[in-house]
Design a protein around this ligand. Structure first.
Ligand code: PHE
Length: 342
């Protein structure tokens, strides 16, 4: 029996040392120490031993069992450590491998141009406002002194959203003049309102059914045409540089009186006339004027006490000039080959 026990010990320790996985250990344990295991089978024959032999063999059997159990535990730990090691190795991140740089987007040229205008206006004390693109005809036209029957209200020019022509896609940002006056109430008012506007125009190099305007409004006591001219000239110079030349031309808008347009001298030919300015020497930049007394009155502002001026800038035109873009369509087509240039 002694040899039997020794053989079990030796072969068990050998098998354990070779076990590669914890599942192997478990089946070894069952094979040796389990109810039907090798060691158990030997122990069952103990009864046949003599009274002197029994305790000696019992002791030996116990030490064999303890030895195997200890080796089993030991091997279990080794395998667990090895498994952990292997996992760490497999999941290791090599921080020294060069990364793939993500391709970063950037601002659209229209946003760059808009931010420059906002920046200049904020520096002059204007507040930025935004308002609805779906607008009431009341605000887009009537309150801007553009009565029913005015050609600007024609169905062929305006996207109406209701049969009765009461709701539309705003054709200009000027309704923001009314909304600002109604919301702020008592002057002084100094706001800038950029946004999308819509007109029934066919797409070509200079037209689009959707484009952007930036509305400006200043109302206070004693505001005159001199303030309009001084403010707009300073504004344009802060955008285009001190040496740019501007001129004011008389014009007509229903909601301003008097009205004007501001042109900048062509930055390419300096007034001589070239393809960029279509031979004019000047490029039209914005419409402006002194707010019509009727408009002030309609917003509850007394035209005998207060006066003011308004202006509307075409943002696409400004961006095209700023970045020397020759075709309006490029701005809306979102071709990355174009956009990447800014
Ligand atoms: N809303 C006018 C347009 O779309 C521009 C403008 C704004 C004119 C403010 C005068 C004052 O043409």
């Amino acid at each position: 029996m002694k040899e039997q026990l020794e053989r079990i010990r030796v072969s068990a320790l050998e098998a354990l040392a070779q076990a590669k996985e914890s599942a192997d250990l478990e089946s070894l344990r069952i094979k040796i120490l389990g109810k039907k295991g090798e060691l158990t089978a030997v122990l069952k024959t103990m009864g046949k031993l003599s009274a002197e032999e029994r305790p000696v063999m019992g002791q030996l059997a116990n030490s064999v069992r303890a030895g195997i159990e200890e080796a089993l535990e030991q091997r279990k730990k080794e395998l667990a450590a090895a498994a952990l090691e292997a996992r760490l190795e497999a999941e290791a991140v090599d921080v020294t491998v060069p990364g793939t740089a993500p391709t970063l987007g950037h601002r659209h040229p229209m946003n760059i141009a808009l931010d420059e205008v906002k920046e200049a206006a904020i520096g002059m004390g204007f507040r930025i406002l935004e308002g609805p693109e779906v607008e009431l005809a009341e605000y887009n036209f009537t309150k801007l002194n553009t009565e029913e029957g005015h050609p600007a209200r024609d169905w062929s020019d305006t996207f109406y959203l209701k049969e009765d022509s009461s709701v539309l896609l705003r054709t200009q940002t000027s309704p923001m003049q009314i909304r600002a006056m109604e919301a702020i109430g008592k002057p002084p008012i100094r706001i800038l309102a950029p946004g999308r506007v819509f007109r029934k125009d066919e797409v070509d190099a200079t037209h689009s059914p959707m484009f952007h305007q930036i509305e400006g409004l200043v109302i206070d006591k004693g505001i005159t045409m001199a303030d309009l001219k001084g403010t707009l000239e300073a504004f344009v110079k802060s955008l285009y540089g001190e040496d740019c030349v501007v001129r004011f031309r008389p014009h007509h808008f229903p909601f301003t009186e008097p009205s004007c347009e501001l042109d900048v001298q062509c930055f390419k030919c300096h007034g001589a006339g070239c393809p960029t300015c279509k031979g004019e020497g000047w490029i039209e930049l914005l419409g402006a004027g002194m707010v019509h007394p009727k408009v002030l009155e309609g917003c509850g502002i007394d035209p005998d006490v207060y006066s003011g001026f308004a202006f509307g800038i075409g943002l696409e035109r400004m961006a095209m000039r700023r970045f020397q873009i020759s075709d309006l369509r490029l701005i809306f087509e979102n071709d990355v080959r174009f956009l990447e240039q800014f």
